[in-house]
Ligand binder design. Structure first.
Ligand code: GMT
Length: 374
């Protein structure tokens, strides 16, 4: 099939998932056309049957516009690409504004033919942004007018029904997935270069937004480090990074916390990690935790959102309520001090991650494309 994909190109789970899906689909013989204002961060190098179409945000800078009408430029590009490349389906990730612009593109094309729109809901498009007064109605409209809607967890499906009341919306749950060729355990990982000998390695990867509670990551680490010598690897960047750096200074652990910045490839860091920390306020799924688990790093995370669908508390990881720094730290220390238990967690995490392998999940999307393209 010929599939148009629109996502945010920036560092984050929805763009990561959309790009991995596009690449997996292309590897399975489909033609994939990414449409966004920049090349998605995980789209590295050439891949057969993968194309990128850039939405021009530099033109049309008419002095009348204080704000460039990106949504219109995107809808226009989606229409143009769908028509020229004879797309069979437009698959958009993150409702705002992508589901709305795809609806517009579909309606523009309608006199010629119907290009169905599939919207995948990822998280804050429902739990935060979509609930803002200025976006609420258009988010509901765009969900209701998509040909098919998917959510990345049962939690997010239920939350969408609860928030928008669209009880008639048929929202299918298709979980995040992981490419096991890239994310797998590797005992030869670069641990020596990342942390001193004898240290346990704890890792966090995110875009350092408020919802990630990155100060809690540092606080948990500081408590763990009192009992077990350890190094914390902070991967990513974003608005809360400064706060996290100051917290590390304040708690006197700055020399043991390494802020590595934004890295597009993290598998080798995850392979070198003993545990992954994700104490978010909420996560609709927790792709970062899944990728860590696949590499053999069980997650210490919040019992919130869709995380319990990914992590079995006490078996493949640790779950505590958001903000429970003490409990998360105490249980982390307990596991780190019992190597056999850590190993059991590790094996369970790897086994759980395998249930979300791309080979299991990507065909679910293919089935949807076939269904809407009829
Ligand atoms: O924060 C978001 O909602 C946006 C999105 C992103 O681009 O970072 O992340 C979400 O989508 C991921 C992929 O489906 C999920 O694994 C993340 O849990 C989810 N983030 C949140 O719900 C906070």
């Amino acid at each position: 099939m010929r599939i148009g994909v629109t996502c945010y190109p920036t560092y984050g789970g929805s763009g990561a998932l959309a790009t991995e899906l596009g690449l997996a689909l292309a590897a399975r013989g489909h033609e994939v056309h990414f449409i966004s204002y920049a090349s998605p961060f995980r789209l590295r190098g050439y891949a057969e049957r993968v194309f990128f179409h850039e939405v021009d945000t530099t033109g049309a800078r008419y002095p009348l516009f204080d704000h460039f009408p990106y949504s219109l430029a995107l809808a226009s590009k989606q229409y143009e690409v769908a028509k020229r490349e004879a797309l069979d389906v437009l698959h958009v990730h993150y409702a705002i504004p992508h589901a709305t612009t795809a609806w517009l593109a579909r309606e523009m094309l309608r006199p010629e033919r119907v290009v169905p729109v599939i919207t995948t809901l990822h998280g804050t498009d429902i739990t935060l942004v979509g609930q803002e007064a200025g976006f609420f109605e258009i988010t509901r409209f765009s969900i209701e007018h998509s040909d098919l809607v998917t959510a990345v967890s049962s939690f997010l499906r239920d939350e969408t029904h609860r928030t928008f009341g669209c009880v008639s919306c048929d929202i299918r749950v298709i979980p995040n997935f992981v490419n096991l060729e890239e994310y797998h355990p590797d005992n030869a990982a670069c641990r020596d270069a990342l942390a001193p000998a004898g240290h346990r390695v704890l890792t966090h990867v995110s875009n350092f937004r408020e919802v990630k509670r990155v100060k809690d990551v540092v606080r948990i680490f500081a408590r763990v480090n009192r009992a077990v010598p350890a190094t914390l690897l902070m991967v990513g960047d974003g608005p809360e990074r400064g706060e996290a750096e100051r917290e590390a200074e304040h708690l006197d652990v700055a020399d043991r916390v390494r802020f590595l910045g934004r890295l597009d490839r993290v598998a080798n860091i995850l392979q070198a990690s003993d545990l992954f920390l994700l104490p978010s306020q909420t996560e609709s799924f927790g792709l970062a935790a899944l990728e860590a688990m696949a590499c053999g790093a069980p997650a210490v995370a919040s019992r919130a959102g869709g995380l319990p669908e990914v992590i079995d508390d006490g078996i493949s990881g640790i779950l505590e309520p958001p903000g429970s720094v003490e409990a998360m730290a105490r249980r982390t220390v307990e596991v780190l001090q019992q190597p056999a238990r850590l190993q059991a967690f590790r094996e369970a995490a790897i086994a759980k991650a395998r249930t979300f392998a791309s080979e299991q999940v990507v065909p679910m999307y293919e089935a949807l494309y076939a269904e809407v393209a009829g």
